[in-house]
Design a protein around this ligand. Sequence first.
Ligand SMILES: [Fe+2]
Length: 273
Amino acid sequence: MATLVLKIDWDYNPRRFMKLVIMGDTHGEWGLLNTFLNKKKPDILIVCGDFGHWPGNKFTSYKKIKNPNTKIYWCDGNHENHHDLLERLNRGDPRRILAVGDNIYHVPRGRILDLPFLGNTMFIGGAFSVDKEWRTPGLDWFPEEILREVDIDWIPANVTVDTVVSHTSPTEFCPHMYNEKLQHLPWHRDKSGDPSQEVLSKVLWKYKPKNWFYGHYHTFDSGKHGPTDTHWQALGHIGGRYQNFVTFSDEPQHRKESQPGHVNCQVGKLSIS
Ligand SMILES: [Fe+2]
């Protein structure tokens, strides 16, 4: 089923090393993102949802992102303008990704990219907003935020999925994420019980990916789901207190690291000074 997988034409320079970074929620914090890009200079940046696709800025703020040498790919979180994303989406081509800015792409639910280090990588956005009651429908909250089976049931069962990038997690990973002491804060409310997780669980068991990365919980954790042999990694949000990115690189200093999964990587936190 190779035709389903979108191969990216990288501007790969064989004289230098390739660097890919996976990051948690960026929430439209372009100043912090620019600091990060300037410091780490990844060739590819993947964001696990809540990228910051908001109507308030009429989507023109992407010009503020300074990424001439970095291709950015993100799955949708719950906090995006889903009406705008759906308008842009053409389901006719199952490999299609959406350019929303220069070198900035939204990867719709179920799309698969062939990425260095990660292999066939399925992007599956969506999650339920626990702060929904503070938000206005159609303005900063959209019912389409929740992942549904119809979003992914068109994907053939025999496609190989090595890695999943999602916003929330399958139910199998979730118990590690709940912090009872922080439930008085809207953004730390219990995020389990989200129907999106049930859909992701089906993806987990169906494709048994080697690696899985997600944001949403704004915290850092990792583990292995034994029955499917899946290494999972929860990442903190940009500007937050927890480790919020993972670097994959063939530079020599990165080769020593060996977790998570079967690829070389380093885990880090963007520090602002
Ligand atoms: Fe978030």
